[in-house]
Design a protein around this ligand. Structure first.
Ligand code: ATP
Ligand code: MG
Length: 653
C-alpha cells in the first residue's frame, strides 16, 4: 500500500502539493491526471525515491520491485532484443552471479561447495525465465510496432521516438510490483497504443500511469488521482467516471458556496447591527466566533484556460509547394541510398487541410521532414511557392530548446535571428506580453526551460512557432505532452488558421476536427486516401493483421509468446486472493448491520404494538419519539447495507 499523509511537495518556490493525503491499494490501476505543470511528474519522483517530501509522511512498501521507463535516450550498439532483455533486472543479476560462479568453478573444479553453488545458479536462472527471455522480449518489441528484421539491429540505429519505445519495452520486461508510466503513449501510434492497452490490462501489479489521453486512461485504469491547486483527490473510477463525479461535485460545491455566502452575509449583518448595543454585545460576540470557526467552502476557481490564434499570414502563395517525380529517403555512407517513398507527384494548394495517415514507419516523418527542408529529396524536385513560410513542429523540436535558457531568452534570440523579416514587435516587454498570452506567467518567463514540465516546453515551442507567422503549418504529432484544455485550444486555433495545414497525429479527435482531406503514406508511395477516419481505422487493422502474419511466419516463437502474454494462473489466483481480502471487512460490517437491523426491527414492532393500545399521554409522546429515532436509524442502516452489498457484488463479480 502506498500512503501519503499531509504531504507537502515543493519545486524551488512552487508548492506543488500542500497537505495531500491519499492511499493506493495493492493491485490498483491508477490514472494520475491534472493540467500541464500541476506536478504529476514531480509526484512520480516522490514515488520512485528521487525526491523527498518537504512535509508530512510518504510511505511505500520496501520490498516492492519498481519498474519505470528510463527518461534518457539510450546510446548503445547492443541489439534491440538484448537491450530489452536487459530490462529484466533479476535475470541480469542471476546471469552475472552465474558467470562469477562459473569462473570460480573453472579456477577450482574440485571444490564441492562451488559445484553446489553452480547447480543453484543454473536453477535460479531457469526459474527466472531464462529459457524464454528472448521470445518474451521480442513479443514486446514487435507489439510496440517494430518489424521482425529490426529485432537484431543496434539500438542507436533507431530514431529518437523509436528508441524511447525500446525504453518502454525494457520497463515492461522488468518483473515488478509497481509500474510507473509517465505519458507512455507519446511516442506511439494508433496500433502500438492499442497493443499497449491490451498488455496493461493484463498486468497484475499496482500501476500508476500519467496520461492526457482520455480513451487510453479509460481502457487501463479504475482509480483516478487528480492534482489541482496543490490538492490531490482520489476518485474510484476511470477517467470518464472521474469527469462525471467531478462535475457533480463542482455543482454541489458551487451551491454549498453560495449557501455559505448567504449565511456569512447574515451573520455579518447581525454583528454589524448589534456590536454597538451593549445588551446584544454578547450575542454579537458569539456570532463573530461562529464566523471565525466556520470552515470556508472554497469558491470554484474556474480552470485557468487559455486560447490563442495564429496570426493572419502575410501572403499565401498558390500553389504552396509542388513535388514532381520525387523519391524521398536517406543517404547512408558507403551504402546505396535507402529509398522510403518513390514516384511522389503532389501539389499543396493554399488553404488545404491535409491529414497525413500511414501505419508505423511507413514514411510519414520522412515526407514531412523533406518538405520542412530537414533533408533533401533523393530524386525529382520539390518546388516552393514564392514567400512560403513553413512553421514546422516536430517531437524533436523539444530538444531544440536550450535547457539553461529561459522562455524569454528563447524569444529574444529568435526575434534577433529573424530580424526584419517579421513584422512583430521585438522589444523585451512585448515578448513578455506575448509569452503571457501563452500562459507563461511573470515568474515562468524567467525559469530555465530545462526545469519546465513536458507540456510547458511543448507550449513554448508552439508559441515560438505561432510568432513566426507561418503560412504553411507542418505539424508532426503536435499534441504530445499537451493537456486536454491546451489540445482544445490548438484545435480551435488550427480551425481558424487561414494558411495551409499538414498534420500527422495519432489524436483522432484532432484529425477529425481540423482536416478535410487525407493522404496515405504506405507501401512506398503517397496516395490520396478516399474515406474518413473510420475507414482508416479499418485499413489500419487490416494492415496490422498483414504485418502480424508476416511476423508469425518469421518468428514462430515470438508470435507464440505474444499470444501467451495472457495473465498467468498465478496472477489470477493473486487477484482472487486480493479480492477476497478486500471483501472480508465488507462482509463483517454487513453482518453487524444485519444484527442491528434485526434488533431495531424487533423493538419497532413492540413499540408499535404498545402504541396500538391505550396509553397515558406522557408514554405516548415518549414511545412516539423513540419510534421516530428508530425509523431514522433503520433508514440509515438500510442505505449503508445497500452501498456495502453493491461493493461486495462488484468485488465478487
Ligand atoms: N527545478 C525546478 N525549478 C522550478 N520549477 C520547477 C522545477 N522543476 C519543476 N518545476 C515546475 O514544477 C511544476 C510541476 O512540474 P511537473 O513536471 O511535475 O508537471 P506535470 O504535472 O508533470 O506537467 P506535464 O503534464 O506538462 O508533464 C511545473 O510548473 C514546473 O515548471
Ligand atoms: Mg509530466
Amino acid at each position: 500500500m502506498i500512503t501519503l499523509k499531509n504531504v507537502i511537495l515543493r519545486r524551488s518556490a512552487k508548492v506543488l502539493l500542500d497537505g495531500a493525503s491519499v492511499t493506493i491499494n495493492p493491485g490498483e490501476k491508477v490514472g494520475l491526471v491534472g493540467r500541464n505543470g500541476a506536478g504529476k511528474s514531480t509526484l512520480f519522483a516522490l514515488f520512485n525515491g528521487t525526491l523527498h517530501e518537504d512535509g508530512g509522511d510518504f510511505s511505500s512498501p520496501k520490498q516492492w520491485r519498481l519498474a519505470q521507463v528510463a527518461q534518457n535516450m539510450p546510446e548503445t550498439d547492443e541489439s534491440a532484443t538484448d537491450f530489452v532483455v536487459g530490462g529484466d533486472t533479476r535475470l541480469v543479476e542471476l546471469r552475472e552471479a552465474l558467470a562469477a560462479t562459473e569462473a570460480a568453478h573453472a579456477a577450482d573444479p574440485d571444490d564441492h561447495d562451488i559445484g553446489m553453488d553452480l547447480a543453484h545458479a543454473y536453477t535460479d536462472l531457469a526459474d527466472a525465465g531464462e529459457h524464454d527471455a528472448v521470445p518474451r522480449a521480442q513479443a514486446l518489441i514487435l507489439g510496440l510496432g517494430f518489424k521482425v528484421h529490426e529485432l537484431d539491429q543496434p539500438v542507436n540505429s533507431f530514431s529518437g521516438g523509436w528508441r524511447m519505445r525500446l525504453q518502454l519495452a525494457r520497463a515492461l520486461m522488468c518483473p515488478s510490483d509497481l509500474l510507473l508510466l509517465d505519458e507512455p503513449t507519446n511516442h506511439l501510434d494508433l496500433d502500438a497504443l492499442v497493443w499497449l492497452e491490451a498488455w496493461l490490462q493484463k498486468y497484475a501489479g499496482t500501476m500508476i500511469v500519467i496520461s492526457h489521453d482520455r480513451e487510453f486512461l479509460d481502457a487501463v485504469t479504475d482509480v483516478t488521482l487528480h492534482i489541482e491547486h496543490a490538492k490531490l483527490t482520489r476518485y474510484g473510477g476511470n477517467y470518464s467516471a472521474f469527469e462525471t463525479l467531478r462535475a457533480q461535485q463542482m455543482e454541489l460545491q458551487q451551491s454549498a458556496f453560495a449557501k455559505q455566502q448567504d449565511k456569512i452575509a447574515h451573520l455579518q449583518k447581525f454583528i454589524d447591527r448589534f456590536k454597538a448595543k451593549a445588551s446584544k454585545a454578547k450575542q454579537a460576540q458569539s456570532r463573530v466566533k461562529a464566523l471565525e470557526r466556520m470552515e470556508k467552502v472554497a469558491p470554484l476557481l474556474a480552470e485557468a484556460d487559455f486560447s490563442f490564434e495564429f496570426k493572419e499570414p502575410g501572403n499565401i502563395p498558390n500553389p504552396m509547394l509542388s513535388i514532381s517525380d520525387a523519391s524521398f529517403g536517406y543517404l547512408i555512407e558507403d551504402e546505396p541510398p535507402k529509398t522510403i517513398l518513390r514516384g511522389v507527384n503532389r501539389s499543396v494548394l493554399a488553404g488545404q487541410r491535409i491529414g497525413i495517415l500511414g501505419a508505423n514507419g511507413q514514411g510519414k516523418s520522412t515526407l514531412v521532414k523533406t518538405i520542412a527542408r530537414e533533408m533533401g529529396a533523393l530524386a525529382g524536385t520539390v518546388t516552393e511557392g514564392k514567400g512560403l513560410n513553413i512553421g514546422y513542429f516536430a517531437q524533436q523540436e523539444l530538444d531544440v530548446l536550450r535547457p539553461q535558457d529561459t522562455p524569454l531568452e528563447h524569444m529574444v534570440r529568435m526575434a534577433r535571428e529573424l530580424g526584419s523579416s517579421v513584422k512583430e514587435r521585438t522589444g523585451e516587454q512585448d515578448l513578455r506580453g506575448y509569452l503571457g498570452s501563452f500562459n507563461f506567467s511573470g515568474d515562468m518567463v524567467k525559469q530555465a526551460v530545462g526545469t519546465m514540465s513536458g507540456g510547458e516546453k511543448a507550449r513554448l515551442v508552439l508559441a515560438m512557432m505561432v510568432w513566426q507567422r507561418p503560412n504553411l503549418l507542418l505539424l508532426d504529432e503536435p499534441t504530445n505532452h499537451l493537456d486536454l484544455a491546451t489540445r482544445e485550444a490548438l484545435a480551435v486555433a488550427l480551425n481558424e488558421f487561414e494558411g495551409t495545414l499538414m498534420l500527422v497525429s495519432h489524436d483522432r479527435a484532432l484529425l477529425r476536427s481540423v482536416c478535410d482531406e487525407f493522404w496515405l503514406v504506405g507501401r512506398g508511395v503517397v496516395t490520396d486516401f478516399d474515406g474518413d477516419l473510420d475507414d482508416y481505422q479499418r485499413y489500419l487493422l487490416d494492415e496490422a493483421k498483414r504485418l502480424r502474419e508476416e511476423a508469425k511466419l518469421a518468428t514462430r516463437e515470438a508470435a507464440v509468446a505474444l499470444e501467451k502474454a495472457a495473465p498467468s494462473p498465478q496472477a489470477a489466483a493473486q487477484d482472487r486472493q486480493q479480492r477476497s481480502e478486500q471483501a472480508k471487512p465488507l462482509k463483517r460490517e454487513l453482518a453487524q448491520i444485519d444484527e442491528r437491523l434485526a434488533a431495531a426491527g424487533t423493538e419497532k414492532a413492540s413499540l408499535e404494538a404498545r402504541l396500538a393500545n391505550p396509553l397515558p399521554t406522557s408514554e405516548i409522546a415518549e414511545a412516539g419519539k423513540r419510534l421516530k429515532t428508530l425509523n431514522e436509524e433503520i433508514g440509515q442502516l438500510e442505505e449503508r447495507w445497500l452501498a456495502l452489498s453493491d461493493r461486495l457484488e462488484a468485488l465478487t463479480a
